[in-house]
Design a binder for this molecule. Sequence first.
Ligand code: ATP
Length: 673
Amino acid sequence: MDIYDSVGTLKGVGAKTKEQLEKMGIVTLLDLLLYFPRAYDTYHEADETYFNGMDKVKLEAEVVRITKPFRTRTGKTMTTVYFSTAFGQLKAMFFNMPYVSGNYKIGETYELKGKFTKKGKNIECINPVINKDTEEIVPVYSAEGKVTGTLIKKLVRQILARVIINENFPTQILEEEELISLDEAVRSLHFPEDERKLEDSLKRMKFQEMFSYSMKIMLSKTRRMENEEGISFSMSKRLKELKERIPFKMTEAQNRVVREILKDQKRTFPMNRLLQGDVGSGKTIVALIALFNVIENGYQAAFMAPTEILAKQHYEEAVKLLEPLGVSVSLLTGSTKKSERLKISEDLGAGKPLLMIGTHALIEENVNFTKLGMIITDEQHRFGVNQRAKLINKSKTAEVLVMSATPIPRTMALTIYSDLDLSVIDELPKGRKEIRTLLMDEGKRKVCYSKVLEEVKSGRQAYIVTPLIDLDENGELNSVEGLYEELSKGHLKGIRMGYLHGKMTSKEKSRVMESFKDGEIQVLIATTVIEVGVNVPNASVMVIENAERFGLAQLHQLRGRVGRGEYQSYCLMMANIRSQGTRERLEIMVKSNDGFFIAEEDLKQRGTGQLFGVNQSGHSGLVLSNLALDYELFLKANSYAKKVYNGKLPEEIRMKNEFLEKISRSMNFICLN
Ligand SMILES: Nc1ncnc2c1ncn2[C@@H]1O[C@H](COP(=O)(O)OP(=O)(O)OP(=O)(O)O)[C@@H](O)[C@H]1O
């Protein structure tokens, strides 16, 4: 057996299963071994205090009666099984599982697992399962179709019976950091014996991942610096002309960042820079200046935005600012017409210097730049690693700038993204007034909407953001269209309103956005499609419904849609604040307008999932770890990686080439047979 053999060589994997596994990214035995559980369930022994509908519980129950399946109002089938238990009668409801009656026999006792709720004297539960596992900690795998968690376990067991995983860290690190062996860690992540062992295994694998991650970014930096084929762009004499056209005075921070970028452009190895700046800090103008300089040097430049709305906005701004200076600007999105695409293709093919602004349509294979000098992605944490890489692959020599509005503390950014140089716009344009943020209980809707009315009547505009497009099952959340109906008949009667959500066609979205920009629509009800970058300086109020549903960084992004002009702006967060945790979390928004502070709090709570690149699609190799939540451990792994990289730790760890090439899978296996 070889660890790179296909999963098809395992017992129990037929053609269909193999296909499904491959769809899940599991092609080789190694892939399967590294397909770790996404969570671990621990079940409490039954006790009344756990019957709260949230805790997971194991419960002994004897079947008393089984009803025939019947159809509910919503079209689901429901089968009810009544059990007797030491805690009273249990009513278990099974939805869309008519076969379930065959799983239970009257008079037999089963151990059930599920979430139980006390209802009067009885207990209720939806879709409990029979406890077949004797383990205390049950690994939960992301399963799909035929590939169930049980199957994954069975297959992993087959592999583990036939391999020993060689240790790939030197004893020195293992001892100093109290890490268990790689073999033990992998085994126990799939088959945990107890909490302690599981924790140790997680620590070991996280360390491994973060070590590899650090190595990978150090390598990529070295490779970039050694790449002498970059283009040296000189500073255009016409920059002054451009600056004179800018309708405002740039902040000191913006000017500093422009200088940093121009300096990079002059060097012969390609720039790879991260530009962080809080919402509304004015990143777009910095980007346009950088792009202009490249075009003036006779090259093509690309500016990729995460949404069509934003791409269009950037396009309009670029046309206004740059076309009078003779720059040709094109827009390429999913809705660009064929004839227009052809023209773009021709221009690109002819090597004509131009600015291409667009969505991920820019990374399609048939978009061929011939003289690409610079790529900027207005990241806003929306693009995956793959998408960004695709754009970068369009030219090995182009300067790369990634803009992010999710700022993280400088020291953290410097270690996490150490392959990138960092620029920060840490100053807002002059004259901006602090946004006043209020947290309101849902009962205060009337007060909230009278503020909206007041602002609208004095000529301003408002956003109302709600988390969902549709009502949820309990009808609890406010849908965009539902809210539109309700408000146009109620609190906001007589006001010109519009709505916007991701399921509308691009054409509809553009039309609504245009009307909002023109002031035709006074109040815009939207989902988070407006979260990124939308710029309408006349908007001065933002209402966020069900604010408890959003993360802090996201709330800050949303709030950043107001306060972009000279007007005093307001953010009214409506939330169910009965839970203290929710209240405390949202109070952070009330207290602070500082994106760095909020991002740091958000990181503490939710980790790096929101940061660009990191944690996406496992490409960074970070499956188990979270650079922010595991930051302490990351710093250690990072410092060892540096030592190894600089040759201060034994050769042993440099090991196979594979280790450096396929870092995230940096394991060295011995197969027994
Ligand atoms: N120095 C400045 N003085 C005054 N206004 C400015 C300045 N720089 C930018 N602006 C204006 O501020 C608004 C916000 O700028 P921009 O859209 O570039 O922000 P951003 O950094 O991209 O923010 P976000 O991440 O929220 O999209 C725009 O209307 C822009 O014209």
